[in-house]
Structure formats: structure tokens, C-alpha cells
Design a protein around this ligand. Structure first.
Ligand code: UD1
Ligand code: CA
Length: 495
């Protein structure tokens, strides 16, 4: 589907949105039909974020469970490969780089932050080999690859020197405003920042999102035209619109219908608002996929979490990191589950805390169980109240129902661990392993001093302290014998 290029200015961006971009995959780049243009993405992420009053650089503040910048990088990586993404960093650059390095993108250092225009001046050399650059803002995490792709396609179709992404918002206070040549025209005269806007301009509700596409040769040639004679004494990238227009270049605007996407976060309240919206969107997506969430506004579910259909999530549940939950499970209230995998049909009762655990189908966990990293709970196994586990395997159908610590242990199938059992895994220097074979019965209040092995089918008497291996099918008792002194209490009371 090839559109005629340079439609008359009567075709406004809204009309185009309905036709030329419909169904275009975000990554497919080339509406031109000529050779693939070389496209880079530059992400502006050098600013301090003064309004957050934070030690942490702004772009590392989290929404939806990951840093602002990481959201933007992920969207960029759906458009171009990592080798063509450049994050412009400055304030706390080392920290920002360390937090996002694993994405494989490039970094450009803007040592002194003299404005968004200056950020692109600094990146000029890195971008020289490209035909176009998509400029994104590191503090606007809701941007989608689809919208970036459409803005890029529009830019290429229009053969523009600069394309900016805009949106109509209820309250545009604080944003730059788009000055169109005429309401029906996609062509833009300029962008006026809030502080320099006249009362009439302040009434314009079409805001500049801070996302752009530039033709790199045009940007390079004219970026030196920017000056710092404005309210902030900074180089405004927004002034490129006028600079390019003056040089007779084509500057156009592409308006997205989804204003939510372009919102940036400048304050903690705005961060909280974005976070909440992202979480709700996640809940809605899960619900659309067949998950019941009783009170979505109270649940905190990270973007990467997966939940299979017919699972029920009760109020006040947090599902974090790379957590995966199977089908027909029920996660009851007040559970905090991070980076854990839960099979089908598992019941997690209230108040459980898990991190890095794996739970097989049909298991029963909680209330108030604490599953620490490398806890592997077998099919149909039970882990009950006030049970803490760490680096263990609990076999199929085994039960540890009450008040127990199981660490560094391999526990077979069909084992019963009595209330109050403790694996003494630590001698003050090293950790040691406890092995409990299939079908073992451990009586209540046993202490198993590792390294130790309890053989298949053996019994351990209640309150035993087990320091030596127990052979299969044996009974081990390790406790003082009971002594009964008849009449002792009566005699004592008479004294
Ligand atoms: C900018 C736009 C404004 C637009 C708004 C949308 C300018 C002058 N104004 O204002 O028209 O409506 O975004 O959110 O561009 N940054 C750097 N280096 C710098 C300064 C900033 O990398 O020297 C980065 C920041 O880290 C941030 C992004 O650029 O990620 C935007 O900067 P910010 O100060 O938030 O611009 P706004 O005031 O929001
Ligand atoms: Ca901003």
C-alpha cells in the first residue's frame, strides 16, 4: 500500500492516521519503496529531574516495576536494533549506564546539561552516519512502538526535515504548544514553550510530546542555529522547528489520538499516576486474557508477569519481576511473589512471601509461608503457616505444615515434616545439607543437624536432635528419657 507522497496540506494528520498508517507493523520501516533509510533512535536521558528532589537520577525512577528509561529503551528496540540506539546521559551518567547497559545500546555523554537542543548537539558525531534520527524522551515511559513507528512512517512519507509528535490534552499547562500553519495543515510554524507563550498561545491544547524525527543532515546543518536566549537560558530542541522553517525546510506534526502515551513524569505525584495507570493496564490485559482479579486497583503486577487463564487474584496481591503463574490457581490476599514460577491449580493462601521459588501443580502454600530463593516445591506438596524454606527440594505430596525451617535440604516424596522441625544447616562458617528420603516421618520439634541423612521410610521421634544418619526403615530417637516423680508437686506446695 503506497501512498502518494507530499499530499496537499489539506490532508491533516488525523485523516492520515485513519488510512496510511492503518495496520502497519511497528517495525516495518520502509514506506518509500526505495533503499532502506538508515534510522537511529536517540533517547534524551541526561537531565537531573530537579522536581523529584531525589538522589536517584530521574530516568532511574521506576514505574510499572522498572526504570523510566528502560521502558523507553524497550520501545526503541522494537523499532531498531540495539546498535542503533543512543541514550544521551549526563547527570549520574555512570549509574544510568550501569542500570541499562545490559540492553546492549550505546551511550553518549552530555557532561553538562544545557538543554534538549544541546543534548542533540552532543550526539551529532554519533548520529552522522544515519539518514534519520527518532528522538525520544527518557522520562515518558508509556510511549509504544506502534506510535513511534507511525510517526517515523509519516516523517518518511512527508519527506520532512522534522516531524514532531503531538497530542490534544485537557490541560496542556507546562508543555510546549504546537503552532500549526493552519488548523487543517500538518505543517508547523514552530513550538512555543509555556514560559514564552502568549495568553492566546496558552489556550492551544495541542501539546508537543517531546518526541521527534529529524532528517540527520538537516538537523546537523541547522542545530548550531539554536541559541540560549530564552526563559531558561538553555538550547531548546523545540526551536529547531522554527530554525528549519526559516531555512525553507519542511516541518510537520503527527498527532496521536492516545494522549496518555506521551505523558512525561516530572514529579513524584506524576510518577505515582503513571505507575498506577500502567498497573491497571496490566490488570486489564490479564483480565482480558481470562484471569480474575477481584480488586485490580489494589494489586501491583509488574509488566513481565504472566498469569494463565482461570486463575484468581484476590485483593492486595503483588506479583513482581518475572513471576509466572499457571492456570486455575488462586492467590489469596496479601501475598508478595517475586521472580517465582507457580504451576497449575496451586492455592496460595494469604500472607505468603516468595522470591525465586518454583511450585509444581496442585501444591498448597500458606498462610504465611516464606519461600526464599531456590525453593522447589513438588506436585501436590503442602507448605503451611510460618514455614520458611531456602534452597530446598520438597518432593511430590510431601508436607511441612507448621512452624518449620527447611534450608539446604533435599526432601523426597511422601514425607511428613512435623511441626517445629528445623534443619540446622549452618555451623557458623559453612552451610551443610540435609537429605530426607521418600516416605520419611519426622516427628514434631525435631532438629536435624546437617550434614545428615534420614533413609527411606524411617521415623524420627518427636523432639529428637538428630546428629547421625538414620538408616532406612529405622526409628531414631535422640532426646532425654522422661522421668516421673510421683507426689513431688504436692510435697513442694506443703513446704
Ligand atoms: C520538553 C519540551 C516541551 C515538551 C515536553 C514534553 C523542550 C525545550 N521542551 O520540556 O516542549 O512539551 O518536553 O514532555 O525540549 N534532557 C537531556 N539533556 C538536557 C536537558 C534535558 O538529556 O540538557 C532530557 C531530560 O532528561 C528528559 C528530556 O530531555 O528526559 C526532556 O527534558 P525536560 O527537562 O523534562 O523537558 P520538559 O521541560 O519536560
Ligand atoms: Ca519532561
Amino acid at each position: 500500500m503506497k501512498k502518494s507522497k507530499r499530499k496537499s496540506s489539506a490532508s491533516n494528520s488525523t485523516a492520515r492516521r485513519g488510512s496510511s498508517t492503518k495496520g502497519s507493523a511497528p517495525v516495518a520501516a520502509n514506506p518509500h519503496g526505495r533503499g532502506e533509510p538508515r534510522i537511529a533512535v536517540a533517547i534524551m536521558a541526561a537531565g537531573k529531574g530537579t522536581r523529584l528532589k531525589s538522589q536517584l537520577p530521574k530516568v532511574l525512577h521506576e514505574v510499572g516495576g522498572r526504570p523510566l528509561l528502560e521502558h523507553v529503551i524497550r520501545a526503541a528496540l522494537r523499532i531498531v536494533p540495539a546498535s542503533d540506539v543512543f541514550a544521551i546521559i549526563g547527570h549520574e551518567a555512570d549509574r544510568v549506564r550501569a542500570a541499562t547497559e545490559r540492553t546492549g545500546i550505546n551511550f553518549v555523554l552530555q557532561a553538562e546539561q544545557r538543554g534538549t537542543g544541546h543534548a542533540l548537539m552532543v550526539a551529532r558525531a554519533a548520529l552522522a552516519k544515519y539518514d534519520h534520527v527518532i528522538v525520544l524522551s527518557g522520562d515518558a515511559p508509556l510511549i509504544t512502538p506502534e506510535t513511534i513507528g507511525r510517526m517515523r512512517n509519516f516523517h518518511l512519507e512527508e519527506q520532512a526535515a522534522m516531524t514532531l509528535l503531538s497530542a490534544i490534552v485537557e490541560d496542556p499547562t507546562g508543555y510546549g504548544r504546537v503552532l500549526r500553519k493552519s488548523p487543517a495543515s500538518a505543517e508547523v510554524h514552530g513550538i512555543v514553550e509555556e514560559k514564552s507563550a502568549s495568553p492566546a498561545q496558552k489556550k492551544i491544547r495541542e501539546m508537543n510530546s517531546g518526541f521527534y524525527v529529524f532528517s540527520v543532515p538537516d538537523l546537523s546543518l541547522h542545530i548550531e542555529d539554536l541559541s540560549t536566549s530564552n526563559a531558561h537560558g538553555e538550547y531548546y530542541l523545540t526551536d529547531m522547528a522554527q530554525a528549519l522553517r526559516r531555512a525553507g525546510k519542511r516541518v510537520v506534526v503527527w498527532q496521536t489520538a492516545n494522549a496518555d502515551e506521551v505523558e512525561g513524569a516530572n514529579t513524584r505525584a506524576e510518577l505515582a499516576d503513571l505507575d498506577q495507570r500502567m498497573r491497571l493496564a496490566k490488570c486489564r490485559q490479564l483480565m482480558a486474557d481470562g484471569v480474575t482479579i477481584f480488586y485490580p486497583a489494589t494489586c501491583v503486577i509488574d509488566s513481565d508477569v504472566e498469569v494463565a487463564p482461570d486463575t484468581v487474584i484476590e485483593p492486595y496481591v503483588q506479583l513482581l519481576g518475572k513471576t509466572k503463574i499457571g492456570a486455575t490457581c488462586r492467590v489469596r490476599s496479601y501475598c508478595v511473589i517475586r521472580d517465582s514460577e507457580i504451576g497449575d491449580g496451586v492455592l496460595v493462601r494469604p500472607g505468603c512471601v516468595m522470591e525465586g521459588a518454583r511450585i509444581a501443580a496442585g501444591a498448597l502454600i500458606g498462610p504465611y509461608s516464606h519461600l526464599r530463593p531456590e525453593s522447589e516445591i513438588g506436585e501436590g506438596a503442602h507448605v503451611g503457616n510460618f514455614v520458611e524454606t531456602k534452597k530446598i527440594k520438597l518432593g511430590k505430596g510431601s508436607k511441612a505444615n507448621h512452624l518449620t525451617y527447611l534450608g539446604d535440604a533435599e526432601i523426597g516424596a511422601g514425607v511428613n515434616i512435623g511441626a517445629g522441625t528445623i534443619t540446622c544447616n549452618y555451623d557458623g562458617v559453612h552451610k551443610h545439607k540435609t537429605v530426607i528420603e521418600d516416605g520419611v516421618f519426622i516427628g514434631s520439634d525435631a532438629t536435624l543437624v546437617a550434614p545428615v541423612r534420614v533413609g527411606k521410610g524411617a521415623y524420627v521421634g518427636a523432639a529428637s536432635c538428630i546428629t547421625d544418619d538414620v538408616p532406612a526403615d529405622a526409628l531414631a530417637i535422640g532426646r532425654g528419657r522422661q522421668v516421673v516423680k510421683e507426689g513431688w508437686a504436692r510435697a513442694k506446695k506443703k513446704e
